[in-house]
Design a protein around this ligand. Structure first.
Ligand code: NDP
Length: 241
């Protein structure tokens, strides 16, 4: 039977690239979005043209009750997941003196609280399977080195690294690996409105990364070959940090 992987935020950007990459590797996909249902349905259709299968969940990862209900229901019907990619995330950039409480809260609630809200309903069913499992979280270069204008985002993404490493310790003896991928600047909607020509000068590779380059790293960590890699942070950033 095909292994099933949930990829949060797979309506577009890096999540979409991860979902397409994994479906080409023969995994069964559970796609997910918050608002962009038409875009997410288009990803399902694209996966089906590859003769692979995908289903779609829609919930807000900041809503703990909604996450628990939707994910538990999906697991009850289809069985526990082999893998999860906690990819959904947002930015709300501002210099710290101007950073509003709303900008702080929304970024922490989505990126960091989303870790708990999504993974908590998934972990026990995964453990009960008594089979190997894979969890990959998405941090950022901003969470490793700190980035001006992103005090909220750097805090959330650094928090994800700590949470990932701690969960890896708890799950290692169960043969469930937990790793983090930390992209640098990747061409998605998230970079709209950023001065890319200026930013490229800071990147040793002198270019913005592609979503499929992140997807390839995530897919490796989800593969059987990566069974002895856990509690690690892998950067995909053109040498940025
Ligand atoms: P995009 O903005 O392109 O896509 C974000 C995705 O997350 C969408 O699918 C969106 O759903 C979903 N999402 C956002 N908020 C919520 C929410 N509250 N509940 C449910 N789903 C939500 O982002 P990227 O593809 O660029 O980023 C993916 C991940 O990679 C993020 O965690 C980001 O922080 C990280 N990252 C990105 C970098 C980059 O340069 N692009 C660099 C470093 C890290 P919908 O379409 O329905 O709105």
């Amino acid at each position: 039977m095909k292994k099933t992987i949930l990829v949060t935020g797979s309506s577009r950007g890096i999540g979409k690239a991860i979902a397409l990459y994994l479906s080409k590797k023969g995994f069964n996909l559970v796609l997910h979005c918050r608002n962009q249902i038409a875009q997410a349905e288009a990803v399902v259709a694209e996966i089906e043209t590859l003769d692979q299968s995908a289903r779609l969940l829609q919930f807000d990862i900041t809503d703990r009750a909604q996450c628990a209900e939707q994910i538990s229901q999906d697991i009850e019907i289809h069985g526990a997941y082999y893998g999860v990619v906690c990819n959904a995330g947002i930015t709300a950039d501002n210099a710290f003196p101007s950073l509003t409480g709303e900008e702080w809260d929304s970024v922490i609630n989505t990126n960091l609280n989303g870790f708990y809200n999504v993974l908590h309903p998934i972990i026990m069913p995964m453990i009960r399977q008594r089979k190997p499992g894979r969890i990959v979280t998405l941090s950022s270069a901003s969470g490793i080195m700190g980035n001006r204008g992103q005090v909220n985002y750097s805090a959330a993404k650094a928090g994800i690294i700590g949470a990932t490493k701690a969960l890896a310790l708890e799950l290692a003896k169960r043969d469930i690996t937990v790793n983090c991928v930390a992209p640098g600047l990747i061409a998605t909607d998230m970079l709209n409105d950023l001065p890319l020509d200026e930013l490229k000068k800071m990147i040793p590779a002198r270019r913005i990364g592609r979503a499929d380059e992140v997807a390839a790293t995530v897919a490796f960590l989800l593969s059987e070959d990566a069974g002895y890699i856990t509690r690690q942070v892998i950067s995909v950033n053109g040498g940025l940090c």
